[in-house]
Design a protein around this ligand. Structure first.
Ligand code: HPA
Ligand code: ZN
Length: 339
């Protein structure tokens, strides 16, 4: 059935790519419970409803504490498969046909789960998603920025034997106090290995962190990038260099990065001519997948249909897909936009 709201109907029928999604952040409370029972892991909640009620955050660190705790139920290859497969089914339902997902190997290896167990499970689901759901993918390994440079180097070394299966590196976790400069050398090594590079910057951290991500890490995308808007020269640079920003509206709201959805940076980013995309970040924790993020921000900012189409186009032109693949998706967007 077509949605009677024309804006929501457009959002539903547009093909989209998701470029900012932490696979561990797609662990829904119900699966958290199932995996805890399957693996005999104790969790301090009596029901999925109780878990949801605990998802009230006043900043990024509040969330991260619960996010790392949630990961403790992920132990086997099958767990990582199940997690990723559930996400892909949600993505398919939202007409997402390409995903570039993050995973946090250090969140697992530090608990004694082997790097290969994590990678094998996630990749098996991604391959099945490509074959059965028609969703293409890239896989991006993130370094936890609250850990040391040495830890990041060790993680990159653990990844090296698997490199053709990993397409890029990212930088996530607690931003304040952990500037991109801390990881300049490890990102240089990742680039030398032929990996794509992106980094969370300007979510809570100052515009200077966004500058560092561009100048020192030489990132191709900025994840979030909200606070770049505080610096006019930086904003102009991001526009001139056509750097993609992966905005996450519901995440921003739930982590109190913005006081209300009407304050989403997406409006200013579009007005400044920045290549912004809409993403769900950690949908199990922030209350919605891609289409819900599109709908909420489009309603709050009263975005036009042309702006919604632009956001969907940016998700492909900002992806790591080859130009020919991007062009095929853009043609499909044009067709969907005509209704
Ligand atoms: N910011 C930083 N680190 C993260 C996030 C985020 O939004 N989600 C998962 N790890
Ligand atoms: Zn993120």
């Amino acid at each position: 059935m077509t949605n009677p709201d024309p804006r929501a109907a457009l959002i539903e029928r547009l093909p989209k790519a998701e470029l900012h999604l932490h696979i561990e952040g797609s662990l829904e409370p119900e699966m958290l419970f199932d995996l805890a029972a399957r693996n005999g892991v104790a969790i301090p909640f009596a029901s999925a409803a109780e878990v949801r009620a605990a998802y009230s955050f006043s900043n990024l660190q509040d969330f991260l504490d619960i996010y790392y705790q949630g990961m403790s139920v992920l132990l086997t290859e099958q767990d990582f498969f199940d997690l990723t497969w559930a996400y892909l089914l949600r993505a398919r339902a939202d007409n997402v046909c390409h995903v570039e997902i993050f995973f946090d190997p250090q969140g697992h290896t530090e608990r004694g789960v082997a790097f290969a167990t994590v990678l094998d499970g996630i990749e098996r689901a991604l391959k099945q998603g490509e074959a059965e759901l028609g969703i293409s993918y890239r896989l991006i390994m993130c370094f936890l920025r609250h850990l040391s440079e040495d830890d990041a180097f060790a993680t990159l070394a653990a990844a090296e034997p698997h490199l053709p299966r990993i397409h890029g590196v990212g930088l996530d976790s607690s931003e304040l106090g952990h500037p991109p400069s801390k990881f300049e050398r490890v990102f240089a090594r990742a680039r030398a290995l032929g990996l794509h590079v992106t980094a969370h910057a300007g979510e809570e951290g100052p515009p200077e962190y966004v500058n560092e991500a561009l100048d020192l890490l030489k990132v191709e995308r900025i994840d979030h990038g909200n606070r770049a808007l505080e610096d006019t020269a930086l904003t102009q640079r991001i526009a001139a260099e056509a750097i993609t920003l992966t905005a996450c509206p519901l995440s921003n709201l739930r982590l109190c990065v913005i006081p209300e959805m009407a304050q989403s940076p997406v409006r200013q980013m579009l007005d400044a001519g920045l290549k912004v995309t809409i993403n769900s970040d950690d949908p199990a924790y922030f209350g919605g997948y891609v289409n819900e993020n599109f709908r909420t921000v489009a309603d709050a900012l009263d975005l036009s249909e042309a702006q919604i189409v632009e956001l969907a186009r940016n998700s492909f032109t900002g992806s790591f897909l080859p130009i020919t693949e991007q062009a095929r998706h853009l043609a499909e967007i044009d067709q969907a936009a005509r209704g």
